[in-house]
Design a protein around this ligand. Structure first.
Ligand code: SF4
Length: 200
């Protein structure tokens, strides 16, 4: 019996505004501009599946949110400089709005007071979205084992990649981004699909 294949990106769970570009006209039930251009790309290429093509596109165009919390943020900022040049990996477009970003790099310690606004920023990001906990503080509270600091950001958001160090060097951040790209391209679902917050 023939199996009907999904023909809309939304059938694959892809509903990102950036991908569908709804601002260019199409209504909810019409194919978006990106889908129209994509057409039967899978059949024309004959070498890949549309899931792999979309995963490749997603992994190669990560847009991080601008979200620095402490000293680690200085190292994070430097990855866009000419010395480290994160543009080589397609992830240089830092966005000031969480609605235009799909990667949250948590660089620094997260206080209990900041946890709710932080979670709100995460919730405002469109899916699919990913989180990198950068440095000892974001990953485990670091040296701040006290009542004011959350002992890992994974208590409030699901984390995809942990980067060790205090602070991690920019090269380590680049490696974290590359590892995330590998996961995306390999089809590993984002952390929010496979674990709840607080499960590490
Ligand atoms: S891990 Fe180290 S460098 Fe990063 S925020 Fe904590 S104390 Fe600062």
């Amino acid at each position: 019996m023939a199996v009907k294949r999904p023909d809309r990106l939304s059938d694959y769970g892809l509903n990102s505004e950036r991908l569908l570009m709804r601002e260019f006209g199409p209504k909810e039930d019409e194919p978006a501009k990106f889908e129209t251009e994509l057409g039967d790309l899978e059949n024309r290429l004959m070498l890949s599946t549309i899931e792999k093509a979309v995963a490749w596109a997603q992994g190669s165009s990560i847009w991080p949110d601008t979200f620095g919390l402490a000293c680690c943020a200085i190292e994070m900022m430097s990855i866009v400089s000419s010395r480290y040049d994160v543009a080589r990996f397609g992830a240089e477009v830092f966005r000031n709005s969480p609605r235009q970003a799909d990667l949250l790099i948590v660089s620094g310690r997260l206080s209990h007071k900041m946890a709710a606004p932080f979670r709100q920023i995460y919730d405002q990001m469109l899916e699919p979205k990913w989180v990198i906990a950068m440095g000892a503080c974001a990953s485990s509270g670091g040296m701040f084992n006290n009542y004011a600091v959350l002992q890992s950001v994974d208590k409030v958001v699901p984390v995809d990649i942990y980067i060790p160090g205090c602070p991690p060097r920019p090269e380590a951040v680049l490696e974290g981004i590359v590892r995330l790209q590998e996961k995306i391209k390999a089809g590993v679902p984002p952390a929010y699909e496979i674990r709840k917050t607080g499960e590490g």
